[in-house]
Design a protein around this ligand. Structure first.
Ligand SMILES: NC(=O)c1ccc[n+]([C@@H]2O[C@H](COP(=O)([O-])OP(=O)(O)OC[C@H]3O[C@@H](n4cnc5c(N)ncnc54)[C@H](O)[C@@H]3O)[C@@H](O)[C@H]2O)c1
Length: 432
């Protein structure tokens, strides 16, 4: 089939590359000329395991192409995926849908024969209705069908998630469209993925309900960890003890810092805003958002406690600054709220991240990027394990840290409390 992905970011590029690998002709479009030129030269704009090989292979085979020409790419395609960003609006909790609606206007200029227009971007309920309205100003409704097909891939596991999704949600009541999409997804459904056809509005809400539920699980275990810290219980025991109950499930029950990333923070807020519009009070999700927003301050308080409130001139090392491992995505990472506060208090911060130096910290004079773990931890008074990269799981702290009085704050509970005790390292973790 001939596909066009509008927006060549984490979602558009990964899905575009995977769809082309399944034998479709795909054009990935972006308004960012630099990004498209780099892609044509084999330079991948994001860190995602396995993506470079997939892009290179399919670009060489001419099944995957890149373009900045939206109208030409739409004309050449039968199925158009909208994969642009839907960040939180500057004021309030609503999703900013300007990128989606701008694309809808552009699409309406290029429809000459029947097209399926799919929203893969995460959009509030009724956005599909709005897209349909925008396009129908210029185009007869017989010439297009607007579908919601929310994306559930996780950064760091995106390719695996594309090929082995738990479910494919297709929100449409249009029979012909549903049959075409069933065909498109046949290579995945034959491998066991469940194909669920719902109303468009239901598909839109399924995405938000999923993310809000997962955010709730994380927040729940984080709050349990707070309690464990007060009563000398290990949170890992609680996670295992409740996770073995099949009704609960063990995933997303690892206590840690505030959840971050490009989805949970904005999607929990957006679903609250949507519910407000429909005069419904989502009190559970509101509490989750509040609890998570407080969590970075709570983590900072632990840092202050460990350093006995003496932050000035202390050498603090962050191992990992992205919101999770195996991605370079910094959006809403808790390091973005922790590092500036510590820097302002006069700490000397060194950080190392396997995905390299971050623009976000360049403006701070006392925040320095180190090229490797040894360099980063060398002079530390406190090492904060912020992100759960495998690279951080086997460090010989005793050998590599020069300052013999250093402490470790392990925000991911990577190391064993007993082993640290045995090595006489001052070790602090979450929920312990
Ligand atoms: N990142 C994830 O893990 C993930 C997972 C599931 C769903 N989503 C959702 O998918 C959507 C996209 O997320 P993302 O992380 O891929 O975003 P992103 O910011 O990485 O990419 C969006 C791209 O769209 C491009 N763009 C914007 N307007 C355009 C236009 N008019 N024409 C062409 N290109 C345009 C931007 O230049 C950018 O490259 C969001 O709604 C997000 O919530 C993201």
């Amino acid at each position: 089939m001939k596909l066009c992905m509008i927006g060549t970011g984490y979602v558009g590029l990964v899905s575009g590359a995977c769809f082309s690998d399944l034998g479709n002709d795909v054009i990935c479009v972006d308004k960012d000329l630099n990004k498209i030129q780099n892609l044509k030269n084999g330079i991948i704009p994001i860190y995602e395991p396995g993506l470079e090989e997939l892009v290179t292979k399919n670009y060489k085979n001419n099944r995957l192409n890149f373009s900045t020409n939206l109208n030409d790419s739409i004309s050449k395609s039968d199925i158009i995926f909208i994969c642009v960003g839907t960040p939180t609006k500057k004021n309030g909790n609503d999703a900013d849908l300007s990128q989606v609606y701008n694309v809808a206007k552009e699409i309406s200029k290029s429809i000459k024969k029947f097209k399926i227009i799919i929203t893969k971007s995460t959009v509030p309920v009724t956005t599909g209705d709005e897209i349909e309205k925008i396009i129908s100003i210029k185009v007869s409704k017989n010439f297009f069908s607007v579908v919601s097909n929310p994306e559930f891939l996780r950064e760091g596991e995106a390719i695996r998630d594309f090929y082995k999704p738990d479910r494919i949600i297709i929100g449409t009541s249009h029979k012909k469209t549903n049959n075409i999409l069933k065909n498109l997804y046949t290579p995945l459904t034959t491998r066991g993925a469940k194909y669920i056809n719902t109303s468009r509005r239901a598909a839109e809400l399924i995405k938000y309900a999923s993310n809000a539920f997962l955010a709730t699980k994380i927040t729940f275990i984080n709050e349990m960890a707070n309690l464990c810290e007060k009563i000398n219980i290990n949170i890992e025991d609680i996670s295992i003890g409740i996770g073995l109950d099949k009704r609960i499930g063990s995933r997303f029950l690892r206590a840690g810092p505030a959840y971050g990333g490009s989805c949970f923070p904005k999607d929990t807020k957006a679903v609250i805003a949507t519910a407000n519009k429909f005069k419904t009070n989502l009190t559970v999700i509101k509490s989750v958002v509040e609890s998570n927003e407080n969590r970075s301050s709570l983590m900072l308080k632990r840092v202050f406690d460990i350093l006995k409130n003496k932050i000035k001139n202390k050498n603090i090392c962050f191992l990992g600054v992205t919101f999770k491992a195996n991605t370079d995505d910094m959006r809403d990472s808790s390091s973005l709220s922790m590092i500036p506060v510590l820097s302002k208090k006069g700490a000397k911060i060194n950080y190392f991240d396997p995905t390299g130096e971050k623009l976000e910290f360049k403006k701070y004079k006392n925040v320095v990027y180190s090229n490797n773990i040894k360099e980063a931890i060398k002079n530390s008074d406190l090492i904060i394990i912020h992100t759960e990269w495998n690279d951080f799981k086997n460090i010989n702290f005793k050998k590599d840290v020069m300052n013999k009085k250093f402490s470790i704050f392990d925000m991911r509970n990577i190391y064993s409390v007993n082993k640290m005790k045995y090595q006489k390292i001052k070790y602090f973790s979450i929920g312990n």
